[in-house]
Design a protein around this ligand. Structure first.
Ligand SMILES: O=C(O)C(=O)C[C@@H](O)[C@H](O)CO
Ligand SMILES: [Mg+2]
Length: 382
């Protein structure tokens, strides 16, 4: 079998879907994208296309190594997201060819269902209580929210109290009937991270995510020493070589590789295995679309240390399209009682509605995240 065509579709809300076709009619789908840089990743996918045309899609490991090492320069958000989406499509095709779900190609399931969580609140954590109440009605009991608005390198007690007060209200309203992670989203510099973590201790969040920016990873062990709150990060790390360093230095209790940013299934399964050796959990990052989520789920179902799965149903980014809008087999994404079931159809288990995708791609927005500024006019981390 040979690869004959790659087609990319940028679609609302901010996703990109990749279709790979072969000379034997087997088709694979992937979701290569960096939020806000879809066109750049699209260009990277098309730069890899001449190499891929004519290749045997079954040689996933060799194609992965050639795409990663063959261009001399390697790694980073764009190239690893392009490889990620191509890798997802290759696994999709191999499963379809052999008639088995990807998790079976990886040794079979270690669990019957996977714990998931939902986002509440928006870029600025508003109406979180109402959001939790609404989602609890459909059985969801684990949530994530942004922990702060703009946070200056050295911010005020009032800013800290505002952030912590919101969390106190949640515990006040729901006690220990719910769990929640707090995403610092890289908005908090190291000095303030220590202050905030200390102040949040009494409310026992399940984890704090991106307590500092990925480029400040050396603070993870220092912050971990100062708090009992499990620290999580990974959405802005793009290969096992980056994750290797944070595992060796310690500090992270949970790794959050993004299956559409960190080299795909091939790379993230290796990252999950590395984490297990350090007794570190994995909770794949996934604020994206259905193919990205499917790739995460196949990793979750073969990884003993997978603990939580992010999914974007109702997330504040999904303006113009919802998680399953481009999926024909919506019923296969069975979410019940705060868990999500395995996708059992061959390959990734997603039946993409290509007609809908083509239609939607005709007016794909060039989504960009906002540029925030502090009161003094300096750039603030979003
Ligand atoms: O889901 C998360 O944990 C996020 O931090 C969302 C962020 O990754 C945006 O997708 C960036 O545009
Ligand atoms: Mg995050």
């Amino acid at each position: 079998m040979k690869i004959i065509k790659l087609t990319t579709y940028r679609v609302p809300p901010r996703w990109m879907l990749l279709k790979i076709e072969t000379d034997e009619g087997i088709v694979g789908w992937g979701e290569p994208v960096i939020e806000g840089r879809a066109r750049t990743v699209e260009a990277a996918v098309h730069e890899m296309t001449p190499f891929l045309i004519g290749q045997d899609p079954g040689r996933i490991n060799d194609l992965w190594q050639a795409m990663y090492r063959g261009g001399f320069y390697r790694g980073g958000a764009i190239l690893m997201s392009a490889i990620a989406g191509i890798d997802q499509a290759l696994w999709d095709m191999k499963g379809k060819l052999l008639g088995v779900p990807v998790y079976d190609l990886l040794g079979g399931r270690v669990r019957d269902k996977m714990k998931m969580y939902s986002w509440v609140g928006g870029d600025r954590p508003l109406d979180v209580i109402a959001g939790i109440r609404k989602l609890r009605e459909v059985g969801i009991d684990t949530f994530k929210m942004n922990g702060t608005e703009e946070m200056r390198m050295l911010d005020s007690a009032r800013a800290v109290d505002q952030a912590v007060g919101r969390i106190a209200e949640i515990r006040e309203a729901f006690g220990n009937d719910i769990e929640f992670g707090i995403d610092f989203h890289g908005r908090v510099a190291a000095p303030m991270a220590k202050v905030l973590l200390r102040a949040l201790e009494p409310y026992r969040p399940l984890f704090v995510e991106e307590p500092v920016l990925a480029e400040q990873a050396e603070y993870y062990p220092r912050l971990a020493e100062s708090t009992s709150i499990p620290l999580a990060a990974g959405e802005r790390m793009y290969s096992r070589f980056e994750f290797k360093r944070v595992l060796e230095q310690g500090g992270l209790a949970i790794l959050q590789p993004d299956l559409s940013h960190a080299g795909g299934i091939t790379e993230c399964v290796k990252i999950a295995a590395m984490a297990e050796a350090y007794d570190v959990a994995v909770a794949p990052h996934c604020p994206l679309g259905p193919v990205a989520l499917a790739a995460c789920l196949h990793l979750d179902f073969v990884s003993h240390n997978a603990v939580l799965q992010e999914q974007s149903m109702g997330i504040h980014y999904n303006q113009g399209a919802e998680l399953l809008d481009y999926v024909k087999n919506k019923d296969d994404f069975r979410m019940e009682g705060g868990y999500i079931a395995a996708l059992t159809k061959p390959g990734l288990g997603v039946e993409v509605d290509e007609e809908r995708v083509i239609e939607a791609s005709k007016n794909a927005p060039d989504w960009r995240n906002p540029l925030w500024r502090h009161e003094d006019g300096s750039v603030a981390e979003w």
